[in-house]
Design a protein around this ligand. Sequence first.
Ligand code: GRF
Length: 220
Amino acid sequence: MSNPKMRTAILISGRGSNMTAILEAARNKDYPAEIALVLANNADAKGLETAAAEGIATAVVDHRPFKGDREAFDAEIQSVLEANGIELVVLAGFMRILTPGFVDKWRDRMLNIHPSLLPSFKGLHTHQRAIDTGCRLAGCTVHFVRADMDSGPIITQAAVPVLDDDDEDSLSARILVMEHKVYPRAVALVAGGRTRVEGMRVIIAQTDEDSQSPSRFLFH
Ligand code: GRF
């Protein structure tokens, strides 16, 4: 008998293109994560329709009735995750800051993707900031979540060139292509038990395939 797949929830706030990339990867019978739930903080999140059309269970925990009480909002999310037997949490464009208590509960079992080469450009407007700073390379990072925003041990990164005529739209489109490659890989590494966290470093157990195509970074 093969190992059971890790029951995984994807948390979204909007279009859900990273979610869609992970759902596609998870159709493969050998993929080590089963996407058991897609949860949004906003009933209008476009990704909810995509997930429902794929037959994935969906849930909405609207943050607005909590009126800024982040602890209560996170407690509600926690109870939905527990009710669904979730073992791994994947943040994919989830635009709420989570409380330290919640983050600690999911230590090394919660991933995020950020559209920059962390630790550069934490926060918003990452693409414009990379252009304005004159970076020649930009990219995206998948990391384990820690209480400080956009920090935490890095699992995988992908780099793309910044071209002289780039604007925010063209650069973000180039990075998004890479996000869709790197995030399903990172989820598979964690769900497949191939990652070990040592301080700020993530050690990845290598396979024969990795000698051709390493799983911890990608270049455009
Ligand atoms: C992505 O750029 C991701 O890096 C950032 O938010 C965006 C979400 O896009 N955290 P989508 O909802 O996955 O299409």
